[in-house]
Write a protein that binds this ligand. Structure first.
Ligand SMILES: O=P(O)(O)OC[C@H]1O[C@H](OP(=O)(O)OP(=O)(O)O)[C@H](O)[C@@H]1O
Ligand code: HPA
Ligand SMILES: [Mg+2]
Length: 169
């Protein structure tokens, strides 16, 4: 669905680069020292593509140098399709997920995390934003938004000229 076709009851939550940076840092600080046995995390695994930016910020804050990715595609623009893994992380790194921090930008229906959880049940799942339906799938998150809110990330947006209020028809 194009952004212009959104239903009127659906709200937009626009996240700037500055905001995602602050929120991803807050996520990192919350996760610090919460690895196995109160220790450090073995690796950060980003769920691409949306998890790449938060995972980079988290791994930088927590000084985790081992970073891998899992590609899960669950949306085509804004309509949901069946979640599927299109690229898996290194199997010997992952094991059952013990000590692995899986990071994504948000959890919505929870379908993406449900799939990744089924593959790595002992991993820790962290997202920056969460909607109520998907919340049971995430272990740590920073900000919750309502289910009828669409989150717009800075990598999907551009600055645009806006007509002055008095000149709009
Ligand atoms: O909880 P869910 O309902 O599964 O939705 C959340 C997922 O959907 C989006 O990814 P998407 O599949 O659109 O791919 P992208 O990260 O490449 O944009 C988002 O980045 C999450 O990964
Ligand atoms: O609210 C959202 N914003 C961006 N991508 C998404 N993928 C699922 N839900 C969302
Ligand atoms: Mg994603």
């Amino acid at each position: 669905m194009a952004a212009a076709d959104r239903l009127p009851h659906e709200k937009g939550f626009h996240v700037s680069w500055d905001q995602i940076h602050r929120d991803a840092r807050a996520l990192a600080w919350r996760l610090d020292g919460r690895g196995p046995d109160g220790g450090t995390w073995k690796a950060v695994v980003a769920i691409t593509r949306g998890g790449l930016v938060p995972a980079m910020i988290v791994s930088r804050e927590l000084d985790i140098r081992v970073v891998d990715t899992i590609s899960v595609q669950s949306y085509n623009n804004q309509s949901q399709t069946e979640a599927r893994v299109t690229k898996a992380p290194q199997a010997d790194l992952m094991g059952d997920g013990e000590g692995i921090l899986v990071v994504d930008d948000l959890v919505d229906s929870g379908k993406t995390l449900e799939l990744v959880r089924s593959l790595y049940p002992r991993a820790h799942f962290a997202t920056v934003y969460a909607k109520p339906k998907g919340r049971p799938m995430v272990d740590t998150y920073i900000t919750e938004v309502s289910q009828d809110t669409w989150i717009f990330f800075p990598w999907d947006m551009a600055l645009q000229y806006v007509q002055p209020y008095r000149e709009r028809d």
